[in-house]
Design a protein around this ligand. Structure first.
Ligand code: ZN
Length: 359
């Protein structure tokens, strides 16, 4: 089969495909819009977060854009509707358009919701999910003339935020950082504007990669092959500046290593993560599981007050980028089986064993 290459995105590397597959299995909503998965056996393509049953890996191929999937003859899934703008995104886009057009300095949230026909809490949730900002913070951002101009040229709100660098504006950043211990999610998708330094150390579980910004730890990976760990880091934060750490966070690395050995925390490690509001809640909850103990996915869901969200909890555990620090290894299946672990079941087993023995 021949087709023009000129409109295609760069080829998807095996590492990118591995990351896409992890996001697919985790139904990670942060991945929506960054790629599409297509199923060869059904000729259907989906968003990563599609609720449908996961196909076999060998039947899946990935595309960066839906146009590429459609050019190859795939049809849009009727469940996740990857060819339509999703509900929250559409709502935020309409709200942002209103804000951008408004000459009023203080278009109130009430006026906005009345015009949009949405409740305030729906609008707030959609804003946090899509932009990582509260409606008021976005309104402030929109006062920056450049952002308004970009949006009028038809850029999406997230693109416009990237391009104006608003995502790294220290005020919004610091505020959310101090409130949540983590930074807002989607507008830093891909780690744009992040400067990540990494160190690789030896641990009882093999090689351990710790990556951090000056604000906190962003990744803790376990493996055997250093270059593999570094490329996974680059795949997880494709838009970040990634380099070996030159200074500064030895204390954090020592703390991570001490926890790998099953020792109790000496201090609270600061985190700098991309996360949805739900992932953030789950990860905080995991940090409350005491050393030497385990919880099941449904126990975690119940303690979040969302007893039905067991699968969503499991997905949030699977997408945890800071193993050890957010102890997703302490979550097991209802029947006591260890369930999965991104870094291998034997590492999970070993971690739990050393935690039990020091507990
Ligand atoms: Zn789908």
């Amino acid at each position: 089969m021949t087709h023009t290459q000129s409109n295609l995105s760069p080829a998807i590397t095996p590492h990118a495909a591995a990351r896409y597959w992890r996001a697919t299995r985790a139904r990670d909503p942060r991945a929506d819009g960054t790629f599409f998965l297509a199923v060869r056996s059904t000729h259907i393509y989906c968003r990563p977060s599609c609720p449908a049953r996961r196909p076999l890996r060998r039947n899946v191929t990935f595309f960066r854009t839906r146009e590429e999937a459609e050019r190859q003859g795939y049809r849009a899934c009727l469940r996740c509707r990857p060819n339509e703008i999703s509900g929250p995104v559409a709502l935020v886009q309409r709200a942002a358009d209103l804000l951008a057009q408004s000459t009023e300095e203080n278009l109130s949230l009430l006026q906005l919701t009345q015009t949009l026909g949405a409740t305030q809490s729906t609008l707030r949730r959609a804003f946090l999910q899509v932009t990582g900002l509260k409606p008021r913070e976005l309104a402030e951002a929109l006062r920056l003339q450049r952002l308004k101009t970009l949006m009028r040229t038809g850029k999406s709100i997230t693109d416009a935020l990237y391009e104006t660098g608003y995502g790294s504006s220290s005020r919004v950043y610091e505020r959310s950082n101090s409130q949540l211990g983590m930074t807002p999610a989607t507008y830093r998708k891909g780690g744009l504007g992040m400067k990540l330094g990494y160190t690789i150390a030896k641990s009882p579980l093999g090689k351990i990669l710790v990556a951090a910004t000056k604000r906190g730890v962003s990744a803790v990976y376990l493996g055997d092959d250093e270059s593999q760990l570094v490329s996974e880091l680059r795949e997880e934060y494709p838009r970040a500046e990634v380099a070996p750490a030159s200074n500064g966070f030895e204390r954090w690395v020592r703390e991570v290593l001490s926890r790998v050995e099953g020792r109790p925390p000496h201090f609270e490690l600061p985190l700098d993560l991309q996360a949805t509001a739900f992932q953030r809640r789950v990860w905080k909850e995991l940090q409350r599981i005491p050393l030497g103990r385990t919880r099941t996915y449904s126990q975690v869901a119940r303690s979040l007050g969302k007893p039905k969200a067991v699968r969503a909890v499991a997905r949030a555990c699977a997408s945890n980028p800071v193993s050890i620090v957010v102890p997703c290894h302490r979550v097991i299946r209802e029947d006591g089986a260890l369930a999965g672990y991104r870094w291998g079941l034997s590492r999970k087993e070993q971690l739990l064993a050393s935690e039990r023995s020091s507990y």
